[in-house]
Design a protein around this ligand. Sequence first.
Ligand SMILES: Nc1ncnc2c1ncn2[C@@H]1O[C@H](COP(=O)(O)OP(=O)(O)OP(=O)(O)O)[C@@H](O)[C@H]1O
Ligand SMILES: Cc1ncsc1CCO
Ligand SMILES: [Mg+2]
Length: 259
Amino acid sequence: MGVIAKIKEDKPFIFNITNEVASNFAANGLIAIGASPAMSHTPREAKDYGEIADAVVLNLGTLTEDRGEAMLKAGKAANENGIPVILDPIAVGGTDFRTNIINEILTTVKLAAIRANAGEIAVLAGTLDEAKGPDSIIQENDPEIAKTVAKKYDTVVISTGEVDVVTDGERIALCKNGHEMLQNITASGCLLSSFVGPFVSVVDDFYEAGIYAVTSYGIAAELAMEKAAGPGTFIPALLDALYFLTDEKVEKYKQVQEL
Ligand SMILES: Nc1ncnc2c1ncn2[C@@H]1O[C@H](COP(=O)(O)OP(=O)(O)OP(=O)(O)O)[C@@H](O)[C@H]1O
Ligand SMILES: Cc1ncsc1CCO
Ligand SMILES: [Mg+2]
């Protein structure tokens, strides 16, 4: 059975501690692909959700002390139960508060994948000092930098940009699907981070899961732009394209180069 068909059959439960900008969009994107999302950010239920989810997504946007505490609790609970955890380290390096919490997550939670823009990945690698805000401040997406981060944290790295890089520290894939209109709406990266959840829940090899997720998302963006007139109509068109995406379309349109 294809990966998307399996997601639609399993309806994986994706627990997201995410930001208030992305929350609604990410929930809709997850439903569109066939997953079942829950958004919550109180530390009081993070452990319970972290124990029963099929994947857990920790997104550092609009960070508060409560959200940080909830992320650590959910991440640890997921680890104890063998549930994959995805980290979106938004604007790491931008402020001490977020950088400290991100470092605590990185050192205490075992991650299935880190999904971040190329600038944030460069900060994690130590080759760039700070990301100013959520937008990437570098254009080039260097596979070697992504590989360094994958090795450093023993995880899969999904570093996004014009070309997305997916690596587990050994294998490297350049994923070339997508559309620049993704840069003209907010939270396209946040939705992608949540979107990786259902893929790591049904594909055991997280590197392959990451490639399939970014490729599917990129193809949906391309198909959405056949219908959209600009950013406003792109958002619902992207949700429509995600809803109608199939494994056959992914096979037909995928542009993946393994190095
Ligand atoms: N220059 C570009 N051209 C085409 N697609 C792009 C470009 N840069 C990023 N993308 C795509 O946009 C999506 C989001 O990636 P991006 O690197 O912008 O994440 P992000 O900065 O974390 O996003 P956000 O913080 O807005 O949620 C990905 O699917 C990526 O492939
Ligand atoms: C704009 C914005 N601010 C905090 S999180 C977020 C969503 C994109 O990362
Ligand atoms: Mg981001």
